[in-house]
Write a new protein. Structure first.
Ligand code: SF4
Ligand code: SF4
Length: 289
């Protein structure tokens, strides 16, 4: 099973649109996993029929038994996350601020604190016309995005073990969800654009991915928008020994198809002809599996 993560240093580079275009060309041979758990949107393009929705449990949270609590306030004094408030009549734990560290449970002599499982989102699975689909949504204000990415990837590998390709739509940035997304992937496909912010965030992304020994390839999206910027990206890629698989031009067909909620690679256009290079690269990798 080949695992390919599509990532970008910043949002708005067209990462999800590129992921969808690749997935559509591997119809019947791909599992899609949307690991952009803070803003998942691959479903808008791939239109899955969701078959199963499961609760996602993050770290445990503290709850206080008012019958046992003697209102001493020691737990609040020792909570480093300021998650506990004490009044004359009760002690409350803010479930969003609680990190489940367990200090309050350890320190409470009245044994009034318990750590309990806490639902902080959901993981969904279903089918698209191209193959199985998994994504996840964290409830607002909840962390544990790295843990959710891990859960989604595990499910993607298990849901159809005979399918040779897992294609992951990764999160933007270089934080915990990105690290969880690229860890153990066979190929990391960097989607970038010729803007100064795109270049800056790409550099940070490459630094992180290289520190994790990821195998990197690159796609430059909207490559004809800023020719000088694209030239700089080519120089950067050469210096970093990252192959550029294709340069996708600005193409009205991409906008039209995306607005219609379909992958652009289902129609013939300049962008589709460029994506074919990525498809052939992955096909060759699959042959060597
Ligand atoms: S330490 Fe225990 S008894 Fe004291 S306020 Fe906290 S929960 Fe209540
Ligand atoms: S488990 Fe940790 S973070 Fe949560 S309320 Fe207790 S001390 Fe604070």
């Amino acid at each position: 099973m080949l695992q390919v993560a599509v990532v970008s240093g910043k949002g708005g580079t067209g990462k999800t649109v590129v992921t969808g275009a690749i997935a559509a060309r591997f119809s019947g041979s791909v599992v899609m996993a949307d690991c952009d758990v803070d803003a998942s949107n691959l479903a808008l393009l791939m239109m899955p029929d969701i078959i199963q929705t499961e609760p996602f449990y993050g770290l445990n949270r503290a709850v206080i038994d008012p019958k046992k609590c003697v209102l001493c306030g020691v737990c609040a004094d020792n909570c480093r996350f300021n998650a506990i408030s004490v009044s004359e009549k009760r002690v409350d734990v803010n479930q969003v601020h609680c990190e489940g560290c367990g200090v309050c449970e350890f320190i409470c002599l009245a044994k009034a604190v318990k750590l309990v499982p806490y639902i902080c989102g959901e993981v969904r699975s279903g089918n698209t016309r191209f193959g199985p689909f998994i994504d996840g949504k964290l409830n607002p204000g909840n962390g544990n995005s790295g843990l959710m990415v891990h859960t989604i990837r595990k499910k993607a590998r298990e849901i159809s073990p005979d399918i040779p390709l897992v294609l992951i739509d990764g999160p933007p940035g270089i934080g915990c969800p990105l690290i969880s997304t690229v860890t153990g992937c066979d190929i990391v496909l960097l989607v970038t654009e010729p803007s100064s912010s795109g270049r800056h965030d790409l550099e940070r992304l490459v630094t992180v991915c290289k520190s994790m020994r990821c195998r990197l390839v690159m796609v430059i999206n909207r490559a004809d928008l800023v020719p000088d910027g694209t030239h700089d990206l080519r120089v950067f890629a050469k210096e970093e020994s990252i192959p550029i698989l294709c340069e996708i031009p600005v193409d009205p067909m991409v906008v039209q198809a995306t607005r219609a909620g379909v992958p652009f690679s289902l129609s013939d256009s300049p962008a589709t002809r460029m994506i074919q290079n990525v498809v052939e690269f992955i096909q060759n990798e699959l042959k060597e599996e």
